[in-house]
Design a protein around this ligand. Sequence first.
Ligand code: PLP
Length: 431
Amino acid sequence: MKGITAGITAADIVFDREHVWHPYSSMVSPPPVWPVSGAVGCRITLADGRELVDGMASWWSAIHGYGHPRLNAAAHEQIDRFSHVMFGGLTHESAIGLCRRLVSLTPGGLDRVFLCDSGSVAVEVAIKMALQYHHARGRSEKHRLVTIRNGYHGDTFAAMSVCDPVTGMHGIFKGVLSEQLFVPAPQVTFDGEFDEADIAPLAALIEQHCHELAALILEPVVQGAGGMRFYSPAYLARARDLCDRYDILLIADEIATGFGRTGRLFACEHAKVSPDILCLGKAMTGGYLSLAATLTTAGIAETICSGAAGCFMHGPTFMGNPLACRIACESIDLLLESDWKRRVAAIETRTGQGLAPCADLETVKDVRVLGGIGVVELREAPDGGVLQEMLVAEGVWVRPFGRLVYIMPAYTISDAEVDCLTAAIFNVLSS
Ligand SMILES: *Cc1c(COP(=O)(O)O)cnc(C)c1O
């Protein structure tokens, strides 16, 4: 077998089609995939030499662009010392450094950190924390979750149970998936004037079911993969009050929104709210490796550890992976040393200007922009495959999803590159 540096062959592509599963894709009629030979900054180079401007930051994660010299150096340095040691009974500078940073940056009170491997696991951990918390207080009947429709929290079973029941195809998993409680997604937009009617369904449901509810889980302010919807921070503030009033924990899933994406370091800051449990992931390593974290308060951690088990019942093999933690420290430092706030604001303005003409197209239902997120919502789902081919032909990497064509580029993207992305989207949608 030849080395990977020899370049991808036609046979490799055939093998990929026949044997390699890609995210949410069919193995009966696999969608096309484009082989990549390199990625630097905001550019992805395809094996045929074409260069694409990257609008996705590899699903919210590569916030500094690809192949950043400082992240590369940090990775090399850690590999030369040690890539991994188990976290049971051992500790190291990289994990401690990362947890220090997370405690100091996240909303107040969140100062107990559980490191895990991926966003979905961070959500599993958050849910398990909520259940162990109530169990330890002698309230084991409080074991259900409430959430809002159009959410996305990951692909493992507990995480799936709080994803939107329609887009998450809960019907397939009936009888196995925990049945959680759902309210309609908030309707008041990010800048809209808040209407108390928006929170009424959540208030009513919580009042009715508080005896069996462990936690409310939601994506603060921006619902990501479940519809790319932006809602009013006032909703989040009301939700916080409801949780306090009815003895329910608030779990904020900031796996997509964390580390500056919405224009604040964490989206909870828009509502000046601290959750009881916070999930982080995606951008934490600047898109280099899978790593996530679940943070909670000292009080909740102490209650959990005073319960029947005497500990929190979780411990992944690769917990606190030194290589991932070292890169995460460097990525966070790089972010904080940069002028990220101004850059994200500039991306917001530029994206808004660039996508504005799309609003006049008959096929377009809505155009919305918040921080480093730009969304064009179509009235009907297009043929995603055809649209994808057209976007690649325009020289951009933008991956349509259902009725949505959206971008969430690296914060280091140039104005000219943003223009490239938005022009390509307009060209493709208007052709
Ligand atoms: C991506 C995402 C997850 C799942 O993270 P994975 O790393 O893909 O497991 C959970 N919640 C939100 C809000 C996400 O955007």
